[in-house]
Design a protein around this ligand. Structure first.
Ligand code: MRU
Length: 364
C-alpha cells in the first residue's frame, strides 16, 4: 500500500541538512509536498503563510527553527551569540500573533540557553547541542501530551457517538494524535465506531482540506459539512459531543480558536451538546487574564473574496473583515481537556489546579 498523510511527520528536524522539514499544508489535499526550510525568512514565511499551522505544530516548528538559526550563528563569544539569538527569536515570534505556543516554545528555548550559560557555564558550542536536545524534547512531549489528552477525552464519550469538530486540530496541527482528534483516533484504535462531522471552516478550509483528509486517510467515518450546518445536525441529535482545539486559553478559560468556534459553542449550548476544548498546557496562557486580552490575527481580504473560487465572488472594493480566530466565552465550554485531566467551569480555579499538577509533575 502507498504512503498516506499519516506516514509523514507534520514537522521534523533534519540536522545534517540544517533544515526544518514540514509538510506544505497549503497544498493539501491535492498533493503531499515536503519543504526543507533553511533560513529565518523561509521559516517565518512558512508560519505566516500557514504552510505549517495549528498551535502545537507551530510551537514544534519554532523550537526546531530557533535551534537551527542558533546553530548557524558563527561565533564562540557568548554575548554576540545571545544578541543574535534574541534577534532571531523576536523575528520568528512576530510571524503570527494568536497561537501562544509560538512564544511559549521560543521562550522555553531562551530559558534553556540562559540556564546552560549562566548556571552551568557552558560554551556556545555546548549550548547549541543543548538547544537541539530541548527542541527534540518539545516534539517528543507533544506526542505524549496529545495521547494523554486523547485518553481524557475518550472518557467523555461512548461508542457510536457523533462528534463534531471545527478547523483542524489533528495530526497536521500537532504530533501524531492531534488534540481535538486524539479521542477520535484513540477511539478508532479501540473500535468505538464514532461518526465524525468536520466543519469545512471558512475561509481557509482547514476542516475540508485537512481534517476530512487526515481522518478519511485513517479510515474514520467522517462527514464534511459547511460551517452553518452544525446547528441543524445538533438539533437532529446527530452530535453527542464537540471537540475543538485552541490557540490560546486565558486564565479564566476564555478560549481563542479558529473563527467560527464560538458560534459552534453557542449552538451546542442551545441544543445541550457538551462542548470540549482540547488544550495542551502549553496553550494555556496564565499571564492573560481573559479573552479580551488575546490579540486576534486579521488576514487578507482575498481569503474571503477570491481564494478557492474560479473567479472573484465579491464586488471589487467591498469592505471585508477577516479575523482568523474568535474567543469562546468560558461559560460556553463544558470542559477543557488537558494532558493533566479535564478542567470544569469556573476555570480560574480549575485551571490553576491543572497548573499546580503540571508544576509538581515537572518538579518546580
Ligand atoms: O490558522 P490555523 O490553521 O493555524 O488555526 C488553527 C486552529 O485554530 C486550531 O484549532 C488550533 O491551532 C489548535 S491545533 C491543535
Amino acid at each position: 500500500m502507498g504512503k498516506t498523510i499519516l506516514d509523514y511527520d507534520t514537522v521534523a528536524l533534519d540536522d545534517e541538512d540544517n533544515a526544518l522539514v514540514i509538510i506544505d499544508q497549503t497544498k493539501l489535499p491535492e498533493r503531499i509536498e515536503i519543504l526543507h526550510l533553511h533560513t529565518a525568512e523561509e521559516i517565518w514565511n512558512a508560519i505566516y503563510l500557514l504552510q505549517v499551522r495549528g498551535a502545537p505544530a507551530i510551537g514544534v516548528a519554532a523550537g526546531y527553527g530557533i535551534y537551527l538559526l542558533a546553530k548557524s550563528i558563527d561565533t564562540e563569544d557568548f554575548d554576540e551569540f545571545y544578541e543574535k539569538f534574541c534577534a532571531y527569536k523576536s523575528y520568528l515570534d512576530a510571524s503570527r500573533p494568536t497561537a501562544v505556543n509560538l512564544s511559549w516554545a521560543l521562550n522555553r528555548m531562551e530559558q534553556t540557553l540562559l540556564r546552560a550559560a549562566k548556571d552551568e557555564g557552558r560554551t556556545v558550542k555546548e549550548i547549541k547541542e543543548i538547544l537541539k536536545q530541548e527542541s527534540i524534547a518539545i516534539q517528543e512531549e507533544d506526542i505524549a501530551i496529545c495521547k494523554a489528552i486523547g485518553e481524557h477525552g475518550l472518557a467523555l464519550v461512548k461508542p457510536g457517538d457523533g462528534i463534531l469538530t471545527h478547523c483542524n486540530a489533528g495530526k497536521l496541527a500537532a504530533s501524531r494524535y492531534g488534540t481535538a482528534t486524539a479521542p477520535i483516533y484513540l477511539g478508532q484504535e479501540r473500535g468505538y465506531g464514532f461518526h465524525v462531522y468536520a466543519d469545512e471552516t471558512r475561509p481557509l478550509l482547514q476542516g475540508a482540506r485537512l481534517t476530512a483528509f487526515e481522518l478519511q486517510s485513517a479510515g474514520v467515518d467522517v462527514t464534511l459539512i459547511c460551517d452553518h450546518m452544525s446547528g441543524m445536525i445538533m438539533k437532529q441529535g446527530r452530535v453527542q459531543a464537540v471537540f475543538v482545539g485552541c490557540d490560546r486559553v486565558a486564565a479564566n478559560g476564555d478560549t481563542a480558536n479558529k473563527i467560527g468556534t464560538s458560534v459552534v459553542a453557542t449552538v451546542a449550548k442551545r441544543y445541550g451538546v457538551p462542548f470540549y476544548v482540547c488544550a495542551p498546557t502549553s496553550t494555556i496562557d496564565w499571564e492573560t487574564p481573559t479573552g479580551a486580552d488575546i490579540v486576534i490575527e486579521e488576514r487578507k481580504p482575498e481569503e474571503v473574496t477570491e481564494m478557492w473560487y474560479a473567479s472573484r465572488m465579491a464586488p471589487e472594493g467591498v469592505k471585508v473583515f477577516n479575523p482568523a480566530f474568535d474567543v469562546t466565552d468560558a461559560d460556553l465550554i463544558t470542559g477543557i481537556v488537558t494532558e493533566y485531566g479535564v478542567a470544569r467551569y469556573p476555570y480560574t480555579e480549575s485551571l490553576a489546579q491543572i497548573r499546580r499538577k503540571m508544576k509538581s509533575d515537572k518538579g518546580e
